[in-house]
Design a protein around this ligand. Structure first.
Ligand code: 6PG
Length: 223
């Protein structure tokens, strides 16, 4: 595992923001655009706060996607889109036509999943992920159908939360040029240890070739 450890959540987020910025500048220089998928969660949120003040960013050439979304509309406090809007996109000049929201309010969610897959680029340049303390990532939760879904985007009912989600499949995540996973806090240390040891069968273990940005607390049980 390619793990980069930092003393605090804030320094972890700052390092991930720097990796985002460098990758964005290179993608725009080399291919004229940067197509990146964001995630929800408190750790990605920390990164958005740093990213919005990052200098020399080619925001006009950045295309924003989402790796997952709750079954809510864009104004819901539970929306990952709203989180990104509040913490990042309202602060940077990404053209609105280049922000691609997952329509979590659409029913059935399978319709929204198909529509979203159709608007994705052939290959994403980067996917930003978090990890829950149950080892989920995006909305690929333990024991749920989307873990085995084909295609690029899936509708996924999560019994533990009694709710539907939209989520990238592992195939979509693993097809991206880059993948960054942000994990902070002591509550993640046990799962992270199991993932490193190939134990526990956690969904996050289905993500290959990622760069992990973690803080010391999350990494406390790693070898
Ligand atoms: C979601 C997120 C989810 C999140 C992890 C980590 O919709 O909830 O996409 O996958 O990234 O749960 O969240 P924390 O960093 O807040 O633990």
């Amino acid at each position: 595992m390619n793990i980069r450890t930092f003393p605090t959540p804030e320094l972890t987020a700052a390092a991930a923001a720097e990796a985002f910025a460098q990758t964005a500048r290179a993608a725009v220089r080399d291919r004229g655009a940067f197509h990146v998928a964001l995630s929800g969660g408190s750790t990605p949120k920390l990164m958005y706060k740093v990213l919005r003040d990052m200098p020399e960013m080619p925001w006009q050439s950045v295309h924003i996607y989402f790796s997952d979304e709750r079954s809510v509309g864009p104004d819901s406090p539970d929306s990952n889109y709203r989180l990104a809007q509040d913490e990042l996109l309202n602060h940077v000049p990404v053209p609105p036509a280049q922000v691609h929201r997952m329509a979590g309010e659409v029913e059935p969610l399978e319709t929204a999943a198909k529509a979203y897959a159709a608007l994705l680029p052939a290959q994403l340049d980067a996917v930003l992920l978090g990890m829950g303390d149950d080892g989920h990532t995006a909305s690929l939760f333990p024991g749920t159908a989307a873990l085995n879904a084909g295609g690029r985007v899936a509708a996924n009912f999560v019994p533990r939360l009694d709710t539907g989600r939209l989520t990238f499949t592992f195939a979509e995540i693993n097809a991206a040029r880059e993948c960054w996973i942000l994990v902070t806090g002591a509550g993640k240390a046990g799962v992270l240890r199991q993932v490193q040891r190939g134990e526990g069968g956690h969904p996050i273990a289905g993500v290959r070739d990622a760069v992990w940005f973690i803080d010391a607390a999350a990494g406390a049980e790693l070898q």
